[in-house]
Design a protein around this ligand. Structure first.
Ligand code: PLP
Length: 363
């Protein structure tokens, strides 16, 4: 079976993890600041705080910009559910707006129309690693928290890496991501004040100069341990090669799928550069996607509908009364999207096998 995702793990990762085990300093040790500093440098951010997941990074990012009960946060319905859930953690309301049919990112005009007097922040998502149109969102003067969980390696028009524009931006290190620590995440940010608050809140609300018996604010246990940080550091060393492997695979897919009736991921335009994360195609309207997944599996190929529209998930329907038809572009894309096997070490022969399997599944 050709799997959907497969992390690159080798001798450097094994050595890095063993070193931590042998040091006996498994948490709050030297790898934590080392990983944060190396990661911040990589994305051109002033500060970074390593946390337990992309979700917890987003949560602390929203708290940093002051999102609180009763606020509205405008975001994309075409994302992983975590980017909306974190808004609810603070008893604020996710307000969705439709997406751009080409980039699949939050449509700036639709987002602008969704802003009200209660909007306290915008949460654009760099979906599938394609840079969201940040200048358009920045024009509103509202705080921005970026969901960059899928976008490590992406670059905005003008050359700034995604994560380097000064807003709190969340990255995720789950095993399918461009860089993995097993589970893990990173919040990068431009503000030193935010960094102090985030570091405290991830560690139960304790300030760095405080005795462990006292805590001066509400906090969480969102820490990332030193084993994960060591893994992350080893992965950072080979990040360029892993990103290049994904980009190469994307090129093979483009060629192999060229003659088929599929919508492929948009090409880089206007100076934006995608940080390749997944290879998601949109099937023609009317094709039975579930049957396609089964047919692919029978031919030895894993695939997955990716992503479902958040507003149509049962929890969001029940809680907010969302119904089909509200965000037609998102719903159309969500109904037809299919993720194909995609990882740095996939071979050209495997890509050809996936393409053949898809062609015969669609017949
Ligand atoms: C767009 C997006 N947002 C948020 C997350 C949440 O990250 P994590 O699974 O590390 O909590 C993910 C990762 O799956 C994601 O793809």
């Amino acid at each position: 079976m050709i799997p959907l995702a497969r992390p690159v793990i080798g001798e450097p990762e094994e050595r890095a993890v063993l070193e931590v085990l042998r040091s006996r300093q498994l948490s709050l040790g030297p790898r934590l600041p080392a990983f944060e500093e190396a990661f911040a440098a990589r994305v051109g951010a002033r500060h970074a705080s390593a946390v337990s997941s992309g979700t917890t990074a987003l949560h602390l990012g929203l708290r940093a910009v002051g999102v609180s009960e009763g606020d509205e946060v405008v975001s994309s319905p075409f994302s992983f559910v975590a980017s909306a859930n974190v808004i609810l953690y603070e008893r604020a309301k996710p307000v969705f707006a439709d997406i751009d049919p080409v980039t699949l990112n939050l449509d700036p005009e639709a987002a602008a129309a969704a802003i009200t007097g209660r909007t306290s922040a915008l949460l654009p998502v760099h979906i599938f690693g394609y840079p969201a149109d940040l200048p358009a969102f920045e024009a509103h003067g509202l705080p921005i928290v970026e969901d960059a969980c899928e976008a490590l390696g992406a670059v905005h028009a003008g050359g700034t890496p995604v994560g380097g524009r000064g807003h709190p931006a969340a990255f995720a290190f789950y095993a399918n991501k461009q860089l993995t620590t097993g589970e893990g995440g990173m919040l990068v940010m431009g503000s030193a004040e935010h960094k102090v608050g985030v570091d405290s809140e991830r560690n139960q609300g304790r300030a760095p100069d405080m005795d462990w018996l006292d805590h001066d604010r509400l906090g969480f246990n969102y820490r990332l341990d030193d084993i994960a940080c060591a893994l992350g550091l080893a992965q950072l060393e080979r990040l360029d090669a892993m990103l290049a492997g994904r980009a190469r695979a994307a090129g093979w897919y483009r060629e192999a799928l060229a003659g088929m009736d599929l919508q492929l991921p948009c090409a880089d335009t206007g100076g934006n550069v995608r940080g390749w994360f997944v290879f998601v195609v949109q099937l023609p309207r009317g094709v039975d996607r579930d049957a396609t997944v089964v047919a692919l599996r029978e031919r030895g190929v894993q695939s997955k509908p990716y992503l479902p529209a958040i507003h149509l998930m049962s929890f969001y329907r029940e809680r907010f009364g969302h119904r089909p038809g509200e965000f037609p572009v998102c719903e159309d894309v969500a109904e037809r999207s299919l993720a194909l096997p995609f990882f740095p070490e996939i071979t050209e022969a495997q890509v050809a096998e996936v393409a053949e399997a898809l062609q015969s599944a669609l017949k």
